[in-house]
Design a protein. Structure first.
Length: 396
């Protein structure tokens, strides 16, 4: 009997494919099991790295996502179309044989990127965006841009011509600017003037962290200005960096902000606005490089991201808006077709592995060792990541 289900704001766009209820048991654990079927999501901001790390992490993204925008901040960075084509080949080789995952490549903008490189990128058919890292803003950004207006205007104008989006790590690097204010100052001093100067440039503000960014994106022109949002910036505030001691695995850039900012981002993504879409910023670093005297910025969230996004939308009473955020807004902005395949999430508890071990070392996933709801299913089977524990109808 399915009599106790309360679906948050059901709508046509969002369907529970089926609901099951183990009516044979009556215990305090007996709960209707909800299943959620979504058009396969894409990840519009992903770090796959290269070498051993690429082999280790690529399958985790390929399991849940159809496509991903691949960040170019390797060492050395992917600054040319030729390098992007080669990097794409190594990503494809790192995927499981049966995977349909499609990497969408990006170029790393430098002071010396030529307008012709943008033409080549567009013609290649495999490069979908150009990434702006202000020099020194984040991991492997030392070759980034030192003076956007002084050095890059011809390239940006060519990007307008070629309808090539600019993806932005939106933080100033001035050491005099407080680290928590760097996004807001970037909006005021770089993004706002950029958009005024080139209103036909498509811009994605990556991994937004503040209510200032939310307002800025909402005030822009739909189809020209959008933002990606990570699970960590939807779920954690800056207290998570210091809870019970320093928490290096919650450290990423832009750094987590205070609770009011988190709430503003949750409201924005769950509002149904088309300007916000899924971008995990899954950014793996080997455990020793996180747990050391000068730990790297970046959170590896690929295995948990889709569960966490579902949690955020469920808690906001907006599960009916989840699919547009995960699967429609991104391709619509990029002018790409939406995926046709589906993925399923089951409302069942599963334990995130404490650590993923590889020959080169370990990677600690976001929420390591914790229990999450919304278990991703691959094909018809629940995905067994690690000691998946069901705490629903089968117990007691
Ligand atoms: N987000 C991060 O904290 N780190 C990213 C770089 C980035 O996206 O800024 C990385 O490459 O490790
Ligand atoms: Zn970044
Ligand atoms: Zn990133």
């Amino acid at each position: 009997m399915i009599n106790s289900l309360v679906f948050p704001r059901p709508s046509e766009a969002f369907k529970f494919a089926s609901t099951r209820f183990d009516g044979s048991r009556k215990s305090k654990y007996s709960k209707p099991r909800m299943e959620l079927t979504l058009t396969q999501p894409d990840d519009w901001h992903l770090h796959l790295r290269d070498g051993d790390l690429l082999q280790a992490v690529a399958p985790h993204s390929a399991k849940h996502f159809g496509r991903a925008i691949i960040m170019p901040n390797l060492k050395p960075p992917i600054t040319t179309t030729a390098a992007a084509v080669a990097y794409r080949e190594s990503i494809l080789k790192a995927l499981p044989a049966d995977s349909n995952f499609t990497p969408l490549m990006t170029l790393y903008l430098t002071d010396t990127t030529s307008p012709n490189e943008i033409k080549l990128a567009r013609r290649s058919g495999v490069v979908f965006a150009v990434k702006l890292y202000p020099a020194g803003a984040t991991t492997n950004s030392q070759d980034g841009v030192t003076d956007l207006f002084g050095k890059c205007l011809p390239v940006l104008e060519e990007m307008v011509e070629e309808n090539m989006p600019l993806l932005v790590h939106g933080e100033v690097t001035d050491p005099d600017v407080d680290v928590f204010d760097r996004e807001k100052v970037f909006i005021d001093t770089v993004l706002q003037p950029l958009i005024q100067r080139l209103p036909r440039l498509k811009v994605v503000m990556e991994h937004i962290t503040t209510m200032d960014a939310v307002r800025f994106v909402e005030s822009g022109e739909e189809g020209f200005l959008a933002a990606t949002v990570t699970p960590q910036h939807l779920i954690l505030n800056r207290n998570a960096l210091f809870q019970g001691g320093l928490q290096p695995h919650n450290y990423c850039l832009p750094v987590l902000k205070r609770e009011t900012h988190r709430q503003a981002i949750v409201s924005a993504v769950t509002s149904g606005s088309k300007r916000f879409f899924l971008g995990t910023d899954s950014a793996p670093h080997e455990k020793q490089r996180k747990e050391c005297s000068c730990g790297c910025a970046g959170i590896f969230n690929a295995p948990v991201a889709i569960s966490l996004y579902a949690k955020v939308f469920e808690e906001a009473g907006a599960l009916d808006k989840l699919e547009a955020f995960t699967s429609f807004n991104g391709p619509d902005f990029y002018g790409l077709p939406r995926n046709t395949s589906k993925i399923k999430l089951t409302k069942a508890s599963w334990k995130v592995p404490d650590s993923l071990s590889f020959s080169f070392g370990n990677i600690i996933p976001m929420f390591a060792g914790e229990t999450l709801e919304w278990q991703p299913c691959v094909g018809e089977k629940a995905e067994m990541l690690n000691e998946v524990q069901e705490v629903g109808a089968n117990k007691g």
